[in-house]
Design a protein around this ligand. Structure first.
Ligand SMILES: [Zn+2]
Length: 280
C-alpha cells in the first residue's frame, strides 16, 4: 500500500499537472463502493458535481489525498492497495481498471487524469468542505510525522501500552506510516517490533523520531518505494526500494551484524527485523 512518501509524491505530481485546471468532464466506470458523494449533494452525480470545478490545490493528510476545489468542495482520494492517479496522453486506450477519467480545459489539451485501481479498494469521495473533517477516516487521524515535536512524540508513546509496530501502523496513533516505513524506522532505531510503546526509553524514542523523519524524507526524494504496482502521476516507479534494509528482506543478512532478518506476524501484519540488533 502506498504510504506517506508515495502519497506525497503523487500529491506533488498532481500539483505539477492538474492544479489550476478546470474539470470539463468526468467519466466513471467504477463499482458503487469506489465512488462516494456526500449527502449535501442530494441526487447529483459525481460527474455532474465535478463539472466546471477548478482544482485549486492538492494536499496530503496521512495517506489521504485532498483536491481542494472551487465551490467549497473537496475530492478526497485514498489509494488503498493499488489505486493510482496517472496523467496520460488521452489517446492511450482506456484500461478496464480506469475507474474515473478527468478531462480538463484546453490548457491540458491532449492529456487527462485517470484514477486506475486494479484491486478496487481505493476510494474517491466528494464532500462539502464543512462536512469533510467529520468523516470517519479523516476525523481521527493522528499527528503527521513531520509536524510532531519531540515532547509530543514522547507523550504519545507514553500514553499507551501496546506493541510499537502495530501502533506505528495505526493511523489514529500517527498518520502516514505503513508496513515498509514502520519496519525500516524500527530497524534503524534498533527497536524490537514487539516492544511496548511506554517501555521504550526516551533516548530510543528520540532516535526513532529522527529515523522516521530521515527515512520518510529520503523516500520522498526517491519518489517512494515501488514494491508492487505503485507509480507516480507520470507513471514512473519510485526507487527507494533499493535502500530498504529490513522490509521484505527475510533470510538476507542484516547490514550491521549479518544475522538473518526474520519475518514474523505481529498484530496480524508481517514484521521484518533483525533478531540480534533489535532487542531493545
Ligand atoms: Zn543485526
Amino acid at each position: 500500500m502506498p504510504e506517506l512518501p508515495e502519497v506525497e509524491t503523487v500529491v506533488r505530481g498532481l500539483n505539477d499537472t492538474v492544479a489550476g485546471r478546470t474539470i470539463v468532464r468526468v467519466r466513471t466506470n467504477a463499482p458503487k463502493t469506489s465512488i462516494v458523494t456526500g449527502k449535501s449533494f442530494g441526487k447529483n452525480s459525481f460527474s455532474s458535481i465535478l463539472k466546471n470545478k477548478t482544482i485549486l490545490n492538492v494536499t496530503r493528510r496521512g495517506k489521504n489525498i485532498l483536491f481542494e476545489l472551487s465551490g467549497d468542495i473537496t475530492l478526497w482520494a485514498h489509494l488503498k492497495m493499488t489505486g493510482r492517479f496517472l496523467y496520460l496522453d488521452s489517446k492511450i486506450p482506456v484500461d478496464k481498471h480506469d475507474l474515473a477519467i478527468f478531462d480538463f480545459d484546453k490548457k491540458s489539451v491532449g492529456y487527462h487524469l485517470r484514477f486506475n485501481d486494479v484491486r478496487r479498494f481505493g476510494r474517491l469521495r466528494l464532500f462539502a468542505n464543512d462536512q469533510l473533517w467529520q468523516q470517519p477516516g479523516l476525523a481521527k487521524l493522528g499527528p503527521e510525522p513531520f509536524d510532531i515535536s519531540l515532547e509530543e512524540f514522547i507523550r504519545l508513546f507514553r500514553s499507551s501500552s501496546r506493541m510499537v509496530k502495530p501502533a506505528l501502523l495505526d493511523q489514529s496513533f500517527m498518520a502516514g506510516i505503513g508496513n515498509i516505513y514502520a519496519d525500516e524506522s524500527l530497524y534503524f532505531s534498533k527497536i524490537h517490533p514487539r516492544k511496548l510503546t511506554n517501555k521504550i526509553s526516551k533516548r530510543k524514542l528520540t532516535e526513532l523520531r529522527l529515523h522516521i523523519n530521515k527515512i520518510l524524507k529520503k523516500a520522498i526524494k526517491h519518489m517512494g518505494s515501488s514494491v508492487d504496482n505503485y507509480a507516480g502521476v507520470n507513471g514512473k516507479p519510485g526507487t527507494y526500494q533499493k535502500y530498504l534494509k529490513a522490509y521484505g528482506k527475510s533470510g538476507e543478512p542484516c547490514s550491521r551484524c549479518r544475522t538473518k532478518i526474520i519475518r514474523e506476524v505481529i498484530g496480524s501484519r508481517a514484521a521484518h527485523y533483525c533478531p540480534r540488533c533489535q532487542q531493545a
